[in-house]
Structures are given as structure tokens and as C-alpha cells.
Design a protein around this ligand. Structure first.
Ligand SMILES: [Zn+2]
Length: 149
């Protein structure tokens, strides 16, 4: 399963209008699963997404079960706060049905990007979970790939 996903990522990026799929390294996915206490493997991450690039100045945008990146997957994975922020949108807002495109639009029109409730929640969560995430990531990285699971 892991091998076939990596094969997708190797596809020629210029020929793929919707970017290419990026698969998180195992320690990163494992640390996210510990912080969110649920599986993250189903969440599809697309790097260099043209759709995300349309949102000027944004590094990432989310859809149900999907994170669209304007940047590379490696840059995304290296930014713990951004990672937690975007997974929060997907796992705790889209997946629970609290976030819909319509609600987000209404909130944003009323309060703007920075102050809307979905962004505030995601920022607060990321800030609060950052140390825990880093600790989990450190532990999982130290343990190495053979002792995972
Ligand atoms: Zn956000």
C-alpha cells in the first residue's frame, strides 16, 4: 500500500493539474495519530496543488478528508504548527460536520479570515498541541521504523 502511494507521488508533477499526492513519513503520521487519537492515513495530502495556489498567500487549504498544499509536502511536514492546524480542520471540523463550505463562507464574511471561529479554533489547537506533538515525533523518530506499530 505504501509502495503504490509513493509511485503516485513520482508521477510527473507538471502533467498533473491537481498536484500530486504526498504521503507523510511514518513518525509524522504516528505523532499526529497520537495527538488526535485517531487514524490519519485516510486524509489525502496533495502537494503543489493548483487549487491551493489560487488562494493567494495561503500555504494550504482543506476539504473533507483532504489537504491541498501550495507548498511541497516536505515543507508542510516540517512545519509542526501548520500540520496540526490543517489536520485539525480536517479531523475535528470537516469530519465532525461542524465545518461546511457554506458555514465557512458566512463566518469569513462576518469576521474575516483571521478572526473566524474555524481559524481561531485551529490556531488555538495547534498552539496547545505543539509540545505534545513534538514529543511524540521525537519518541517515534528515535524508535526507528522497525519498532513501530
Ligand atoms: Zn486554517
Amino acid at each position: 500500500m505504501r509502495i503504490s502511494r509513493q509511485a503516485t507521488v513520482r508521477d510527473k508533477p507538471s502533467g498533473r493539474p491537481f498536484g500530486s499526492r504526498y504521503v507523510l513519513a511514518q513518525p509524522v503520521a504516528g505523532a499526529l495519530e497520537q495527538v488526535f487519537a485517531e487514524p490519519v492515513a485516510e486524509v489525502i495530502v496533495i502537494e503543489h496543488s493548483r487549487y491551493a495556489l489560487v488562494h493567494r498567500g495561503m500555504r494550504a487549504t482543506t476539504r473533507p478528508n483532504r489537504i491541498l498544499l501550495a507548498i511541497s509536502g516536505a515543507e508542510f511536514a516540517a512545519d509542526a504548527e501548520l500540520l496540526l492546524h490543517e489536520y485539525f480542520h480536517v479531523l475535528r471540523q470537516w469530519r465532525t460536520g461542524r465545518l461546511t463550505r457554506w458555514r465557512y463562507l458566512i463566518e469569513s464574511l462576518r469576521y474575516g479570515y483571521w478572526a473566524n471561529c474555524y481559524e481561531r479554533e485551529a490556531r488555538d489547537f495547534a498552539a496547545a498541541a505543539l509540545e505534545r506533538y513534538r514529543g511524540c515525533l521525537r519518541d517515534l523518530s528515535l524508535r526507528g521504523p522497525h519498532s513501530l506499530g
